[in-house]
Design a protein. Structure first.
Length: 272
């Protein structure tokens, strides 16, 4: 049933609705938002609509507990998902953010939730993902089990947004052909559609000892690869930056990862 729905919807002209007028909306009082990452340079102001989505009473307590550490309000505001949009999330995992996207697009929208079978099969994340897809809040989510090299069904066209939820640099350890992935995303988006990726500053090397230099080097690498697939750079979100990151890890399997401190960034691109 879901496959029929997505093929039908993606066959229509991909034209996102205008954002709802939330100027007179009341801020939810049940869950006040406070950024937990005090080192972050917050460049977005969470909108009343996003805060309302996060405060929804039918969300699980487990999801509510993740909101601040994931900086969901900032990220969801940065993505600026309109009601009725057709979007895809690559590396959905357990579906925490997939559900937020599903709530943002509303019943008229569609979310393609992709996971690579080799990363998910037989794990607790697979069980959690199946359970989430059974909720009414995720009725507009279409499960996609495909590798990253061709992450979306070949007939997928006219998407408004593709969001890569796994850090771009981490795909190295899985042997992902990122060029092929980026070209596949480009093909699936409409003109004017956006491709948004997360990434982390790489470990300190002999020639890069300054945090700013590390960040700049990695962001340029991601930009170079994605722009070569035909995208135009649009914006960088700095709200995930963290100067306390010890940078004692790398993208190789088995690398040391101390705690959860990560100097991260988010890059947005547009298909011209």
């Amino acid at each position: 049933m879901r496959s029929t729905i997505i093929v039908t919807l993606l066959g229509l002209a991909a034209c996102a609705s205008a954002p709802a007028d939330m100027s007179n909306a009341a801020l939810p009082t049940t869950r006040a938002y406070t950024a937990s990452n005090i080192h972050a340079a917050v460049e977005v102001q969470p909108t009343p609509h996003v805060l309302e989505l996060l405060a929804a009473h039918d969300r699980t307590q487990e999801d509510h507990a993740l909101d601040e550490s994931r900086q969901a309000a900032d990220l969801l505001t940065f993505l600026a998902i309109d009601d009725g949009s057709h979007v895809a999330e690559l590396a959905s995992g357990k579906g925490y953010f997939t559900e937020l996207m599903a709530r943002a697009v509303g019943p008229r929208g569609v979310v393609l939730g992709q996971n690579a079978p080799e990363m998910l099969a037989g794990t607790s994340a697979e069980t959690a993902w199946k359970a989430r897809l059974g909720r009414s809040s995720d009725a507009n989510v279409v499960r996609v089990d495909r590798s990253f090299v061709a992450p979306l069904p070949p007939e997928t066209r006219g998407l408004d947004l593709v969001f890569l939820a796994i850090d771009y640099g981490q795909l190295v350890q899985f042997g992902v052909d990122r060029d092929a992935m980026n070209h596949a995303v480009h093909l699936a988006l409409r003109r004017g559609g956006r491709y948004v990726v997360l990434d982390e500053t790489p470990r300190e090397g002999p020639f890069l000892t300054d945090l700013h230099a590390l960040h700049t080097a990695e962001s340029r690498n991601a930009r170079r690869e994605i722009e070569s697939a035909g995208f135009a750079f649009a914006a960088e979100g700095r709200f995930l930056r963290d100067s306390s990151d010890p940078r004692d890890w790398d993208a190789n399997p088995g690398a040391s990862k101390t705690g959860e401190k990560r100097d991260r960034f988010v890059l947005a691109f547009v298909k011209p």
